[in-house]
Design a protein around this ligand. Sequence first.
Ligand code: B12
Ligand code: SF4
Length: 562
Amino acid sequence: MKIRLIDPAYEHPYISHSEKVIKNIWFARLTLTTLAALTPPDIDVKITDENVEPIDFEEEVDLVGVTGMLMHAPRAYQIAKRFRGRGIPVVMGGPHASSLPLEAKEHVDAVVIGEAENVWKGLIEDFKNGCPKPFYKAETFCSMEGLPFPRLDLLRKDAYMTINCVQTTRGCPHQCDFCHVTHFFGKTYRCRPVDEVIEEVRRLEGDFLVFIDDNIAGNRRYAKELFTRLKPLKKKWASQASMTLTRDPELLKLAAESGCVTLFIGVESLSPENLKDVNKTFNHVHQFEEAMKAVHDHDIMIVAGLIFGLDHDDEGVFERTLRFCERNRIELPSFFLLTPLPGTPLFQRMESEGRLLHRDWAEYNGATVVFKPRLMTEETLQHGFNWACKEAYSWGSIFKRVFHPQQRFFTRTLSNVAYRRIAQRTPEGYLPSLSRILQRMNDTIHLQNTRDLIQHVGEKIAEGKLLIGQKAADTLKLYSVYNERLKTLFVTLEGSIDRKGAKELIERLKGALHVEIQKVILDFKDVGAYSSEAIALLSRKGLLQTEEGKRWIAVNTPRLHP
Ligand code: B12
Ligand code: SF4
């Protein structure tokens, strides 16, 4: 029996990668090499990754297997159609087929839902015997012991940056709202025996490999053992990890000592509200800078995953995020547009709120807006995203991020040049016109004269929740968010206000009197104290008015203790 396993290409005017880019930064997923390894030895199995070689549609084979993520689905269906047109049966598996098996089944003869380990051999037998079932789904997750080593020998070695890929764990202990991994693996986080991983790594040619885990440090004890055992092999490696890794100095040190040179870290958003929305509160925004520094202190290059389009993102998010990457010298910012993947809680939420624009899966590629954002229009989100991608890989930004005495400048620059090639193909975008204003409206104002402050009997103080500590007394913080749909700027004030603070606030609000902003809502709820001069100034300028209908409206305005 002859089986051909196919990884469909993704044809897109600017997202699909050229041969050169694949050779510079790409590695093959372990999907088909794993399936090939699970195939009984008497079967002739071959792999085609359409991203690096054409499919021979005339080939004489007995069974075709196609895989694919969501965005590959339309191409996978076309491939299936061509082979089935010649009477060759096709089976499909992978993330997409597993989340929408009924849709996939309309295009293929059988669908594998979830992992293949416990069903693949039986499926082949069924096809041999001419009695395939429409769906195959294992009753349990497979054991992580004794998994065969992937058939890397079936890949075109010269086509990728590396073919050295190894998986040590499956799943993730977290459950981020937008992520497909927890949907696929449930709440399980399974680790392979360290001995087996070490043996697999030991057999690899060359000194660099990628651990394709979703979160290599999901189980700290396991990760510590793995890293310790990796050390003597003297390999260099890259992988993905959640932010929690950065908070464990021992683990981070071990990772570096075992050869970790690059980590993809899901930073996702600089807004705690966004992180809360997507069930990612284990990312602590106030510790981000410290976390990035800790990784850099171990000479590990950071690829930071950052998402645009979350519900608390306004037009200021693009510039704010890029500046964060520059300030923290993030070597490879990796921006994604929020993409609801079927099966995830995010998808259910977007669908129930009627926010999905269409179901053309090929567009669900992480770089195209496919839903209605909450605080801005689809167009603004798309343009802001395009701007950020291009701007991040402008020479100016590359220079800010990689030119530093502590960094290995040469490697960092080469990686940036490869990413720049991709970014340059992104269509022109623009920075939303309110971006600068929004940066100024999200800032800390340092006060001058805080001796005469009078306590504000706001709700929080009355509830005993807010104490005017030294910090609150010295600064006035502005948290602003603009809703493009309502044309309204919401400004929350926190800290104290003296004359200087009031003047600066008035100045900034004047700057925000932009033609696009039709209403400003000022919320004084978190202001702990005022000076009487500040109150006088604010009321003279009309900033404390509470009647509807005015361009400014103040809420939770000061009630003062004598
Ligand atoms: C490595 C990886 C990448 C690499 C891919 C390099 C490449 N050559 O494509 C990089 C980092 C570049 C990448 C990019 C992206 N990725 Co990715 N990636 C992964 C990751 C971490 C591992 C893939 C892997 O090797 N798995 C190991 C193999 C053994 O598992 P498997 O593929 O699931 O296969 C098993 C079963 O599914 C089944 N099976 C699979 N296919 C088939 C086919 C047949 C015929 C059968 C019988 C069985 C079968 O059998 C296998 C053994 O059990 C997965 C997460 C994961 N854990 O799988 C995400 C994942 C696949 N990626 C995902 C996404 C969304 C992306 C991006 C779109 C992100 C973005 N917004 O840009 C891009 C798209 C890139 C592109 N153009 O293809 C999602 C896909 C979700 C979905 N429903 O589509 C995943 C699941 C991660 C997630 N967080 O949700 N990715
Ligand atoms: S930490 Fe990463 S891999 Fe884990 S659920 Fe969240 S996004 Fe997915």
